[in-house]
Write a protein that binds this ligand. Structure first.
Ligand code: MEV
Length: 312
């Protein structure tokens, strides 16, 4: 029996989420929570299995419409019938927490289908097929999630432009804490747009500040200045509050991380739930911050070192 596998991973946005939708730069990096799609032969309509849904693709719940369309578009592109397949998703990425699960899942699906039919997949085709799914999920995706989830390195990203790899000078340690609350990227992006329309000059100021923060963060990474990076994360969080995508619980957890000595902390991804990130001083200190966050009620925390690429 024929079988093929496609893999991908989650992502973290270090700085610049939301502003990136308005053409400002953002910095994101891979985060090694893995996802895998397995495609097998099977007779009849396409069957799909994931932690969220098990059944035929045409009966998928509305929130998964993007995945259904992505599967169809990919098979159309490959000139293959939309049937006789069984697609299974195994993912360690919590869903709807700003870690890019939707983009990562779509990437694995496209990769696995191309591999199943032994076709070569270029980045451009991958991105255009994943954009179909992301447009259903987000409404107006910048493309940052899918680029970061298919990259092995931290990237500098601007909508519609070729992304650039950032060469980091000094390793850093990043703590990720999952509130356990599902964020809603589509709603958050829509809220920012509403604010933008209502208070244009205020929001434009925030977007301009975030642009400077992203520029300076790139400088901090390239020069190994983690203290500066932490300060910039804090400044970014202030602007995210102004954009209306943070909330009391996220702000509280960010304060917990700062009080535990983190160099900086902010929400990551769409906000209004989801995850926060904090910059630890070193590996040992990152564990302290991660533990403090768990004591404060987060569902799960990890810390990641760019030195050994390990997730703890
Ligand atoms: C979501 O992970 C990132 C946002 O900037 C939306 C996007 O870039 O499409 C909030």
């Amino acid at each position: 029996n024929k079988k093929a596998i496609g893999e991908s991973h989650s992502k973290l946005i270090l700085v610049g989420e939301h502003a990136v939708v308005y053409g400002k730069p953002a910095i994101a990096m891979p985060f090694p929570l893995k996802v895998r799609a397995t495609v097998k032969e099977s007779k009849g309509p396409i069957k799909f299995k994931s932690s969220l849904y098990r059944g035929y693709i045409y009966e998928m719940p509305n929130e998964m419409r993007g995945i259904e369309e992505c599967i169809k578009e990919t098979l159309n592109y490959l000139n293959k019938p939309i049937r006789d397949l069984h697609i299974t998703i195994d993912s360690l990425i919590p869903i709807g927490r700003g870690l890019g699960s939707s983009a990562a899942i779509s990437i694995t699906i496209v990769r696995s289908l191309f591999s199943f039919y032994r076709q070569k997949l270029s980045k451009d085709i991958l991105f255009s097929l994943v954009t179909v799914a992301e447009t259903y999920a987000h409404g107006n995706p910048s493309g940052l999630d899918m680029i970061a989830s298919s990259s092995e390195y931290p990237i500098w990203f601007k909508k519609g432009k070729e992304s650039m790899t950032i060469k980091i000078r000094e390793p850093f340690h990043i703590v990720v804490a999952d509130t356990g609350r599902t964020g809603n990227t589509r709603r958050a992006v829509t809220n920012v747009k509403k604010r933008y329309d209502l208070e244009k000059s205020n929001i434009q100021k925030s977007l301009a500040k975030i642009e400077r923060i992203a520029d300076e963060s790139k400088y901090a990474l390239v020069n190994g200045d983690n203290n500066l990076l932490g300060k910039l994360m804090n400044l970014n969080q202030q602007e995210l509050i102004n954009l209306g995508v943070s909330d009391d619980n996220l702000n509280k957890l960010i304060n917990v991380a700062i009080n535990a000595g983190a160099l900086g902390a902010k929400l990551t991804g769409g906000g209004l739930g989801g995850c926060i990130i904090a910059l630890g001083r070193d590996l040992e200190h990152s564990k302290v911050v991660a533990d403090e966050l768990v004591k404060s009620g987060v569902e799960k925390s990890w810390y990641f070192s760019t030195e050994n690429e390990r997730l703890y």
